[in-house]
Design a protein around this ligand. Structure first.
Ligand SMILES: [Zn+2]
Length: 400
């Protein structure tokens, strides 16, 4: 009930800019959860926004998946709007944007679209919005190129090398017909089009957004070159999928790069974000806007270190394929599309253990099996990850 009332009271940005009696959505009794605080009551309803800082508006676009929404952020630029992230391609997302255009934009166009990374829930409607409003588009180079690659590479047939990779990771060959029938075009279905022109966001560079300076901070592991935006003028941090409250982002190894070590990059990226001072208001891509960045970063890193311990224990019993390690990593039974996310996640944890000398692989009957080496110690693992060549990112102090 309280949430419904809050939504009704949501103020459109064109009013908020002038109206000093803007409804304050900050909850007097902010919710507390594992050191995180959620200062806004409820979440934005369809076609409405919550002003999280002056001229910065939080909206939601529905997604047709079990994760049923993405947060997008709108910046009043005076003569138009900049939006960060867009929702996935499809009628529900388009209807949601049309409602926002009608109730929030005040007749002004979208002048710039920024995508934090390539995943369809973030990039999916960028092409549609850019085309519709003649807006500019910004993204990091690797995300842009990988998005273009995935979009162009969508296929009806499941590629043979992808199938062989799945079998080599322990997927039973009896599932071959089911996997083949899924096709290989999901990415293209979720992404309207790739904007043909873009402005490159680089790690450490600065951009103007909503009358403020922001630093682009790149993160790796969840996607190749994910852009977060740290406000330099007030404590605000757009975290995309790099830092989410309550849920953890998928960190996967894919068939195209089977020896990748995304979990090492992910942990190093999270560790670097601990260099951000103070307690900024975090604007994540899913869940609620929150305070408690440092507590969340610690919890995310600790969660992976615990999973690595559990995994090391399981492959210490006997050599196991990645699929056979699932019970060490996931509490619930893995079914449907989650299976592929889970496999990617299992391999990312295994590859990290291997990279720091805590696992070794053998190949027999077309399947990789992994066996534990050495003794697992969280502190040693963290130090080993940060000592891996090419993994640590530049200090944020270098950008100042
Ligand atoms: Zn993502």
């Amino acid at each position: 009930m309280a949430e419904d009332q809050a939504a009704e009271e949501t103020v459109a940005p064109d009013q908020a800019a002038e109206d000093t009696n803007v409804v304050d959505h900050r909850s007097p009794a902010a919710e507390v959860d594992d050191g995180l605080r959620y200062p806004f009551e409820g979440t934005p309803e369809a076609g409405s926004v919550i002003e999280v800082a002056k001229g910065v508006f939080w909206a939601r676009i529905p997604l047709p998946w079990s994760l049923d929404h993405i947060n997008v952020y709108l910046f009043d630029e005076g003569d138009g709007w900049t939006i960060v992230d867009t929702g996935s391609n499809g009628s529900r997302g388009i209807e949601a944007w049309e409602a926002i255009e009608a109730s929030v934009f005040g007749g002004k166009p979208v002048t710039r679209v920024i995508a934090t990374h390539l995943h369809p829930d973030h990039l999916g409607l960028a092409g549609w919005l850019v085309e519709r409003h003649k807006a500019s588009f910004a993204m990091t180079m690797t995300e842009y190129l990988m998005a273009s690659h995935l979009w162009a590479g969508a296929a009806q047939e499941f590629p043979e090398h992808e199938l062989e990779y799945l079998f080599s990771m322990g997927v039973d060959r009896q599932y071959e017909p089911m996997i083949r029938s899924a096709g290989f075009g999901n990415y293209k279905r979720g992404v309207h089009s790739i904007p043909p022109v873009f402005t490159r966001l680089e790690d450490g560079s600065e951009i103007d957004l909503g009358n403020r300076r922001w630093r682009v901070i790149m993160g790796r592991g969840h996607s190749p070159e994910h852009a977060c935006l740290l406000c330099l003028d007030e404590p605000l941090f757009i975290s995309g999928d790099q830092v989410l409250p309550r849920i953890t982002s998928n960190v996967s190894v894919y068939a195209r790069e089977p020896m990748a070590n995304p979990l090492a990059h992910w942990i190093a990226s999270l560790d670097r974000l601990k260099q951000i001072g103070g307690d900024p208001l975090v604007l994540p891509a899913h869940g609620q806007v929150f305070y408690g960045l440092h507590a969340r970063l610690d919890a995310l890193i600790d969660g992976h270190l615990r999973k690595l311990r559990s995994l090391h224990g399981r492959i210490a019993e006997k050599p196991r394929s990645p699929v056979q390690t699932f019970p060490a990593l996931f509490r619930r039974k893995i079914t449907g599309f989650d299976f592929f996310l889970a496999l990617g996640e299992a391999v990312s944890h295994i590859n990290l253990l291997e990279s720091v000398g805590l696992a070794s692989r053998s190949f027999d009957d077309g399947v990789y099996r992994f066996e534990a080496q050495g003794t697992y110690d969280e502190t040693d693992v963290m130090a080993s990850v940060m000592a891996l060549k090419g993994v640590p990112l530049r200090s944020l102090a270098d950008f100042e």
